[in-house]
Write a protein that binds this ligand. Structure first.
Ligand code: CTP
Length: 132
């Protein structure tokens, strides 16, 4: 039977690092579900809103051929609920989060993939700022 794989992120200014992790997650053999963090959640975490709105970020991720399902992640405290509600077998995150989600290994397999080097949304914002 197909495995259900879940991952979470902001996915602002969609870049190759995002695509790589989603492709690797999908290759685990199944149905890929992506939780897109809302503008409000980002604001709470980082005191700034993403460049792309949550609707734009969700639509971009949803349009990728490797993604089967998307939803809004409204609260970090609901992660366990999201994993259960979506009946996820595997939680995938980039290794910038290594160890941070091990608490969910009682309800699903937790896997961290290496990040794609030298790219991030924050770095893109910085480069654009500097070249203005
Ligand atoms: N990711 C990755 N490789 C990168 C950048 C991100 O594998 N170079 C992964 C993250 O580990 C995460 C997912 O993509 O699992 C979504 O990450 P997100 O935080 O939205 O992207 P970043 O580019 O890291 O954003 P920021 O610079 O705002 O932290």
């Amino acid at each position: 039977m197909k495995k259900r794989i879940i991952t979470f992120g902001t996915f602002d200014l969609l870049h190759i690092g995002h695509l790589n992790i989603l492709k690797r997650a999908k290759q685990m053999g199944g149905h890929l579900i992506v939780g897109i963090s809302t503008d409000q959640l980002n604001f709470n975490k980082k005191a700034k809103k993403p460049i792309y709105s949550q609707e734009e970020r969700l639509q971009l991720i949803e349009a990728l051929g490797v993604v089967d399902e998307v939803f809004y992640e409204e609260s970090l405290a609901l992660k366990r609920t999201y994993i259960i509600e979506h009946r996820a077998d595997i939680l995938v995150m980039g290794n910038d989060w290594a160890g941070k989600f091990d608490e969910f290994s009682d309800i699903c397999e937790v896997t961290y993939f290496p990040r794609t080097p030298s790219i991030s949304s924050s770095e893109i914002i910085e480069i654009v700022r500097q070249t203005k």
